[in-house]
Design a protein around this ligand. Structure first.
Ligand code: IPE
Ligand code: IPE
Ligand code: MG
Length: 224
């Protein structure tokens, strides 16, 4: 039976969920963030060690300024409020993505979290924030050249933002769209993909448990 080490999630559908309730998109993002706690509990219960969350893509800068500011405020508050609690629960949070364009206050928090490594974490969460897979790949290539490293797979993987994480075993995208939107393009070569119609704020524990059960029974070939 397959074991999940690393789950990646594209948490899509906050805006449509809010619209269906006659609320603002920002309300949708708030609800989406709240939904995370339940998901984290299921992961810990199932002994899954790595989680990558797509929370803001590099292309999300194309959205209205008001929505972007709102997402940033939500993240900032969450990070400030939960630092001690996450530490107590042995949940290690780090960030991947581009550092430019982000407000100073968020950069400071990202630094604080990224520097706060501890060995015995129950769960390691990588937050893909201001993230672009294509930019990550370009950046890795530039790094290899700058450090005059040999161009091979091992060195390349070591130059990616995800260097400390194994490749995802499964990827869930909620919100009904069957696309990757510039997320972990290299890392998901052999990942099992689950595209779920439910919008992120209504994706619940049972939905996740169902995916995990299904995943366990899949035969993974890796070309064999
Ligand atoms: C995903 O939900 C969250 C972010 C991209 C920040 P969306 O905001 O994309 O919601 P929909 O897809 O418009 O419903
Ligand atoms: C992908 O969702 C990014 C996140 C969930 C953070 P989008 O809603 O931005 O993706 P597209 O634009 O529909 O491809
Ligand atoms: Mg979307």
């Amino acid at each position: 039976m397959n074991k999940v080490r690393h789950l990646a999630i594209i948490m899509d559908g906050n805006g449509r969920w809010a619209k269906s309730k006659g609320r603002t998109r920002s309300f949708g993002h708030k609800q989406g963030l709240k939904n995370l706690d339940k998901i984290i509990r299921v992961l810990i219960k199932n002994n899954i060690k790595y989680l990558t969350l797509y929370t803001f893509s590099y292309d999300n800068w194309k959205r209205p300024k008001k929505e972007i500011t709102n997402i940033f405020i939500l993240l900032e508050n969450y990070l400030k409020k939960n630092f001690n609690d996450l530490k107590k629960k042995n949940i290690n949070v780090s960030f991947i993505g581009e550092n430019n364009k982000l407000p100073q206050s968020i950069r400071k928090l990202i630094k604080l979290y990224n520097n706060n490594k501890f060995n015995k974490s129950k769960l390691r969460i990588n937050v893909a924030f201001n993230y672009s897979s294509k930019k990550e790949i370009m950046n890795a290539i530039r790094l290899l050249f700058r450090e005059k490293k040999k161009i091979n797979e091992v060195n390349f993987v070591k130059s990616l933002y995800t260097r400390n994480f194994p490749d995802p075993d499964l990827l869930i995208r909620t919100g009904g769209r069957k696309r990757l939107s510039d997320f972990l393009l290299w890392q998901i070569s052999y990942t099992e993909l689950y595209f779920i119609d439910k919008l992120w704020p209504e994706f619940n524990e049972n939905d996740l448990v169902k995916v995990l059960k299904n995943f366990k029974l899949i035969k993974r070939n890796y070309g064999k």
